[in-house]
Each structure stands twice: as structure tokens, then as C-alpha cells.
Write a new protein. Structure first.
Length: 214
């Protein structure tokens, strides 16, 4: 069975992370526009913003139709360049008021998203073929110091070493990710896995490998 990345869920494809987010983005773009904006121009700006894609053309026109029906935008017809007339869109006063309400909603949602990311990033990671879970990691500065300050505070006794080992190691299967050891280290050798400095990234594997056959 492959442990590689799985296909994103259907909700994560298409018009960005959150379908509802399309509406405030369109309202914001229209509020920034000094002149009536064409649908294709809006889609180009949404795409370069990373909120939409060319595949969202239908979604965008349906949304514009609904926003106009609800009085949040209005359209005018403008001559095309040698082609048929095209609709161009303007924000109404009601649209501006709705945009202001969206700001409040998104501010609240941002706090929830930040909390989600903070908690998700603390979850154990699974790397490669084997099940190698790493949370906190001891890195190079421990070598030659080994004063065991971290061992003294670990509530689950998951930091190990022998007299023959050059450093201490955290058992990733036992570490409960409490963070108590990190501030105790006099040489700043301990890091959460996702904060390990680039030059010591190999210590993520070194800590995990230490416990492989034990
Ligand atoms: S993070 Fe907590 S549980 Fe993990 S090694 Fe440090 S003190 Fe022990
Ligand atoms: S506190 Fe730091 S230097 Fe001391 S044993 Fe733990 S990781 Fe090594």
C-alpha cells in the first residue's frame, strides 16, 4: 500500500480552499476596480491571486448572476473589441456593505484556520516506508554536552542515552509533544520536528533510527 500523498478531497479542488471564499474575493476585486470589470478580467485576476482557475469560469458567471440578482453588483453593457457587447460589473452600496460583513466573518474564520493549522502541524508525521513518528528532536549541540537537563523534566521518560552514546535521543513513539524539554537545554539542541534548522535536519532521522531495533 502506498503511503504517498493521497488525492485531495473534491472539496479541496476547483475554486480554491473554500467555495464560499469566492464571493468576498469577487466583491473585493470589484471594490478595487475604478471602472466596470468584465468577467474574463475578474477571472484572470482571481487566477493570478491563486483563488480561482480557468476551470472556474462557470462558477464565476453563476456567482455574478446571483450577486446582481441580490443587488450587490450591477452590470452595464460595453462594446466589445470588434465583437459583441460584453457585460461589465460594478459594486453597489449593498455590495460594499456585504463586503464589510465578509471582513468580520473572515476575521473570525482566520482565527479558526490558524488554530487548525497550529494543531494539525503538531500531529505526528509519517515518513518514508516505515512508520517513523517524530515530534521533538535532539540535534548536534547535545554532542559533548549531555548534561541530561532535558531528561530531568520529561514527564514520560522518553529521552535516552548510554555512556557510549555521544548524545541523547528522543523516542518518537513515546514523546507526547509537551515541549517541556526544549527550554531546559543549555545549548539549544532540542527542536520540534517542523522547526529543526536546515543544517540539522538529518537529526530527525538520527533520533528515529536510534530506536529502530530496540
Ligand atoms: S517534548 Fe515532552 S515528552 Fe517529548 S521529549 Fe520533550 S519533555 Fe519528553
Ligand atoms: S538538555 Fe540539551 S545538551 Fe543536555 S542532554 Fe538534553 S539535549 Fe543534550
Amino acid at each position: 500500500m502506498s503511503l504517498g500523498p493521497v488525492e485531495p478531497s473534491r472539496r479541496m479542488r476547483g475554486s480554491g480552499l473554500l467555495h464560499g471564499f469566492f464571493e468576498p474575493c469577487v466583491l473585493l476585486l470589484l471594490s478595487e476596480s475604478q471602472v466596470p470589470a468584465h468577467g474574463y478580467r475578474l477571472l484572470a485576476r482571481l487566477t493570478s491571486w491563486g483563488v480561482g482557475s480557468a476551470a472556474d469560469r462557470g462558477n464565476l458567471y453563476r456567482l455574478l448572476h446571483r450577486l446582481e440578482r441580490d443587488g450587490l453588483i450591477r452590470s452595464t453593457r460595453q462594446a466589445g473589441h470588434g465583437g459583441p457587447e460584453r457585460r461589465a460589473y460594478l459594486l453597489t452600496a449593498a455590495g460594499r456593505a456585504t463586503l464589510a460583513r465578509w471582513e468580520d466573518v473572515l476575521e473570525r474564520d482566520r482565527a479558526a484556520l490558524d488554530d487548525f493549522l497550529r494543531r494539525a502541524r503538531k500531529q505526528p508525521r509519517y515518513r518514508g516506508e516505515g512508520r517513523i513518528k517524530v515530534t521533538y528532536v535532539i540535534t548536534e549541540p547535545c554532542i559533548g554536552v549531555k548534561d541530561a537537563s532535558c531528561v530531568a523534566v520529561c514527564p514520560v521518560d522518553c529521552i535516552y542515552s548510554t555512556n557510549d552514546d555521544e548524545q541523547y535521543y528522543i523516542n518518537p513513539d513515546e514523546c507526547i509533544d509537551c515541549g517541556a524539554c526544549e527550554p531546559e537545554c543549555p545549548v539549544n539542541a532540542i527542536f520540534a520536528e517542523d522547526e529543526v534548522p536546515t543544517q540539522w535536519q538529518n537529526f530527525i532521522q538520527i533520533n528515529a533510527d536510534y530506536f529502530k531495533d530496540r
